[in-house]
Ligand binder design. Structure first.
Ligand SMILES: [Zn+2]
Ligand SMILES: [Zn+2]
Length: 204
């Protein structure tokens, strides 16, 4: 069974998860404070994967890259969100990030090997273009980003958001993964596909 640890950081209380893969540590998302947290846990990070490019999930990317020299993987549309200092300013937000370049790009695929860990990659847009969910079939574990939450879904009123697209993606891509799958979301506590399929008011 995969073990993971959770850190929640930044003003939006954004979760990130670190997982021990056969060939090293993988961090999913990089909220404010994640770099110090990894240091305090003595995690020698090898790889950073991003679920999507919203600022609260990428705030520490450049810092982490500098500190650990890890590789960074993200979706092609997430790339400018981390490499263009002005990206969020262009949307009218008074925000800047320290830019960083991804080392490789990730798109939807039935199986891809990350440091010896086989993950299915699902693309579920609607909250944010290029939103990725990472699924370990063997461990029945989904690192879902801001797609599906306990009793909620990602907001769809941000630039390029689309509620119908989001709901459809959850129903057609995530629900079939199985009721016994644990979901590790970008905000809030873990949940399961089964619990959300039964009671989540947005996707019934
Ligand atoms: Zn988001
Ligand atoms: Zn978020």
């Amino acid at each position: 069974m995969l073990t993971y640890e959770t850190f929640c950081g930044g003003i939006f209380e954004t979760n990130c998860y670190v997982i021990s893969a056969p060939e090293g540590w993988i961090l999913f998302d990089a909220p404010d404070g994640a770099c110090e947290w990894l240091e305090s846990r003595h995690v020698d990070l090898k790889l950073l994967l991003l679920t999507h490019g919203h600022i609260d999930h990428v705030q520490d990317v450049a810092k982490i890259k500098k500190r650990f020299g890890c590789r960074i993987g993200c979706h092609p549309v997430t790339a400018p969100m981390i490499s263009d200092r002005e990206f969020f300013r262009n949307f009218g937000f008074d925000l800047e990030i320290e830019p960083a370049e991804p080392d490789f790009l990730i798109e939807e695929t039935p199986v891809r090997n990350f440091l010896g860990l086989e993950l299915q990659v699902l693309e579920v847009p609607g909250h944010c273009p290029g939103s990725l969910c990472f699924f370990s079939r063997q461990d029945k574990l989904l690192i879902g980003g801001d797609v599906l939450f306990a009793d909620g879904v990602g907001r769809w009123d941000l630039p390029h958001g689309d509620g119908e697209l989001l709901f459809r993606g959850i129903k057609t891509k995530l629900f079939p993964l199985g009721d016994d799958v644990t979901v590790l979301p970008g905000h809030g506590p873990p949940t399961t596909i089964g619990a959300e399929r039964r009671t989540n008011p947005f996707v019934r």
